[in-house]
Design a protein around this ligand. Sequence first.
Ligand code: PMP
Length: 463
Amino acid sequence: MTPPLVNSAAARDIANTLHPYTDLKLHQEVGPMVISRGEGVRVWDENGKGYIESVAGLWCAALGFSNERLVQAATNQMRKLPFYHAFTAKSHEPMIDLAEMLIQRAPVPMSKAFFANSGSEANDTAIKMVWYFNNAVGRPKKKKIIGRIKGYHGITLAAASLTGLPANHRSFDVPLPGFLHTMAPHYYHAGLPGESEEEFATRCADELEKLILAEDPDTVAAMWAEPIMGAGGVILPPKGYFEKIQAVLRKYDVLLVADEVICGFWRTGNYWGSTTLNVQPDILTCAKALSSSFLPISAVLVNERVFQGLADESHKIGTFGHGYTYSGHPVPAAVAVETLKIYDETRIGDHVGDVGPYMQAELRRRFANHPLVGEVRGVGLIGAVELVADKATHKNFDPAHKVGARLVKLTEANGVIGRALPGDALAFSPPLIITRAEIDEMLDAVGKSLDELAVQLRREQIS
Ligand code: PMP
């Protein structure tokens, strides 16, 4: 590896930037990949090499890396009113429009929308709302929050506590007390020999019920779930899972919060992942594709019952003492309004209805029988190809071999920026605007990379 040139962007990055989700020490030697421009489903690095972005950045640039309407929406709003806030009953049109559009499009009847800047903040907000609500309705003991192993809900203190991934807990002294985790609904790994999907779903619901009973139902406030787990490995629940889970939650009056930060806005083939997976949440959080990630914004939708609790409590106290300087910021709100209009006007859902099943079929046709691949999974425009050391037992590679990271290095050399998830699953979540031809190009490069990896691993006697 040649060291970055003095004064190059890479050298200045190494000297000055502390990167999220990076081995900080290794970065001092290896340096960054500097991305300098984007167009459609592609980005280009500083040396002019182009890549298809197979994960839309971080599952988020739904309309790709160029869109003139969004540029115009932002600049028009910046000229008209570059900032205003929403504290003490102040409001402005972009926020009013966006709240109305979200409430109209919600998967189940929702009452109000609150705005934040990131998925983590939306989930932290929703956790505080759940606690505030239970204080309002006279249940001060009912406060514990249940997440799931492999669930991802962000990295702020409470959201990280709710997340169920080791890298987000280790050495950060989270989870905080009061956060619990139930099993991940991953049939491929956790299903028992001879157990049907339906039976596995029943076992997941039984585990949840046992946890609630062991903790005392009067102390359990809410459960969080991504309709499809994203960062934990693109894990689709078994058939009947959410029906059974929701029956348990209703029995003990435990609220359900759907984290739609990845699944929202057509990713799974419907407007919401909740529709695809039959989830009826009391609270919904969303971000990312809400503004196609051209600017940061997230939202929390609450149903009427939750809203009434919040309203009563805030009236007693005199204010709902929560909100960000940038809650509902007019510029990202205007971009989000324009994004939702584009989804409607371009009938992006019909497009995903075409290219989503195509991508799923091609992933399976090309990779299901590859010697390194254990499971191909997904729906709509979200999917994963999981690499295993043993196809018969579903055993993963030793993490020390960093097989997923090595595959991503190869896909990058072959013109596709990919993302390896824990358990060596290569994720697919391309911009929703991707065409069939671009899917072919992306999967050609991934196929070539998988073959190259297989040769390397055989040579090193890893597989
Ligand atoms: N929830 C889910 C399901 C996510 O995938 C993410 C981010 N990948 C978050 C929450 C956190 O969002 P942010 O990074 O914007 O804080």
